[in-house]
Design a protein around this ligand. Structure first.
Ligand code: GLN
Length: 485
């Protein structure tokens, strides 16, 4: 097996055994990034920075100061600000922006000794489901270059699927880790809202934005998550809990585990190829000793309308800082101050952020606040309560991630509502703030990957990752490599 097909867990053992060095690994992945530029997964690569970090990691190991992550390469979604690489959120607004500091997620991983390969393409300000909203072009799906890689973390999913990065950070506001993970056949993990720090994560919708990972396995996700999350006093919504070893439940058997299957996730829109793969995966869980329980989340279907009130409302507020004064692009020619701000925003922002700012400003305006925003928050609470009630009956919830496999470029780009429907099954968990993930569970139409979604109760990531790991011990969908990579 080629080295770049190995999981992080294996690479970590090889580093510890001195079979490879961090510098060798950095060279390997930098070459792979260079050889697969047509994917357009990376926005900024600086080999000198990467190699300097790799040399420092090797020096740490030599000095006896290495941990399990020291020397392992990682790439970051361009939503996290970084000191050594440009941070753009895939927007013209922030073209070439150099942050004076690293996001907490980035600095936590750097402290553990991880080596940064560069920054990854995504939808502009993480708004989208196909990566077609990036100001820097589409990312291709390594399984089928005529298909989208999913969004908004499309660069992250494509990079890991193509094995040009062994792990990537990503963010999930309404599905942006799980949906692209499903579309590209990788493992995408979103922890409980508030566990990973939002400090230095360019804000989209603050009450939903959650950092997470794209990896080749659940075991890898557990390994990296343990170093990545933790209380951060700089983030007012950070949850103050002691550090946790997320690998602690990997070996727990599935016998007796109760898996809830929500009937609302198998309704009309679900395509038969996706349903077949997901049902097969549920059967595998049953064979492994888990018990399937029928559950109901009656208000889950309201997730999309609720999300498209709450998320634009928060985005209209968060994006007001991009005015050409405090942050971002400034128009070259303008009259007075108002004209300058108008022109700067008109030039710097793409169509989707503009659409959402308009919707957000509308639902927050006087007279509409109660009718839309307040109502949406009330339904959001109902959805969260339904999850709480469901977890009285079961330990985990499982179902599809998306209604279909990855779609083609342009197929939904002209119809925002069709695009918004991509997150039908991921948004309910986001609104509730529970941990959830996508694991590869087969292939559907055109040989494109299908994901199985696992959801767990608040702070129950370890058990969710354990259930994913047990499935990955019994199947090899996660180890399939797209042709040519
Ligand atoms: N696709 C959803 C949206 O466009 C979710 C994005 C995300 O999770 N960042 O808002």
């Amino acid at each position: 097996m080629s080295l770049h097909h190995e999981t992080l867990a294996t690479l970590s053992r090889k580093l510890a055994a001195r079979e490879i060095s961090a510098v060798e690994l950095a060279h390997l992945y930098l070459e792979r990034i260079d050889g697969n530029r047509d994917l357009n997964a990376f926005l900024d690569v600086r080999p000198d920075v990467t190699l300097a970090q790799a040399r420092a990691a090797d020096a740490r190991r030599k000095a006896g100061d290495a941990g399990p992550l020291t020397g392992l390469p990682i790439a970051h979604k361009d939503i996290f600000v970084t000191r050594d690489f440009a941070s753009t959120a895939s927007s013209r607004m922030l073209e070439g922006y150099m942050s004076p500091f690293d996001a907490t997620v980035v600095s936590n991983l750097a402290t553990a000794g991880m080596v940064t390969l560069g920054k990854l393409n995504c939808d502009e300000f993480a708004m989208g489901s196909s990566n077609e909203n990036s100001a820097y072009g589409n990312v291709l799906n390594p399984w089928d270059k005529s298909a989208v890689p999913g969004g908004s973390s499309g660069g992250s999913s494509a990079a890991v699927a193509a094995r040009i990065a062994p792990v990537a950070t990503a963010t999930d506001t309404g599905g942006s880790i799980r949906e692209p993970a499903a579309f590209t056949g990788v493992t995408g993990t979103k922890p409980t809202y508030g566990r990973p720090s939002r400090w230095g994560m360019i804000a989209f919708a603050s009450s939903l934005d959650t950092a997470g990972l794209m990896t080749l396995s659940a075991e890898d996700a557990a390994l990296v998550l343990s170093a990545m999350v933790g209380f951060d006093p700089k983030d007012s919504t950070s949850v103050d809990r002691p550090p946790e070893n997320f690998a602690r439940a990997l070996t727990e058997p599935l016998r007796g585990r109760r898996i809830g299957v929500p009937k609302e996730f198998f309704g009309g829109g679900l395509q038969p190829d996706v349903e077949a793969a997901v049902r097969e995966a549920l059967g595998t869980y049953q064979r492994l000793g888990a018990k399937l329980i029928d559950i109901s989340l009656p208000n889950a279907a309201l997730g999309i309308p609720v999300y498209y009130v709450v998320a634009p409302a928060e985005c209209s507020s968060n994006l007001s800082r991009f005015d050409g004064v405090r942050y971002g692009h400034r128009a070259r020619d303008y009259g007075d101050l108002t004209d300058m701000i108008k022109k700067s925003r008109a030039e710097g922002l793409g169509a989707e952020p503009k659409r959402r700012i308009l919707v957000g400003a509308y639902v927050l305006s006087h007279g509409y606040y109660d009718a839309y925003y307040l109502k949406a928050q009330q339904v959001r609470r109902l959805i969260a309560d339904e999850f709480r009630a469901a977890f009285e009956q079961c330990d985990l919830i499982a179902g599809p991630v998306t209604t279909s496999v990855a779609f083609g470029f342009g197929e939904k780009a002209a119809d925002p509502v069709a695009m918004y429907m991509s997150d039908l099954y991921t948004i309910p968990g986001s609104l509730a703030g529970i941990p959830s993930m996508s694991i590869p569970c087969g292939f559907g139409a055109h040989g494109r990957p299908v994901g199985l979604q696992l959801m767990a109760n608040y702070f129950d990531e370890a058990r969710m990752l354990g259930a994913a790991h047990q499935y990955q011990l019994a199947t090899d969908w996660h180890a399939r490599v797209p042709a040519g990579f």
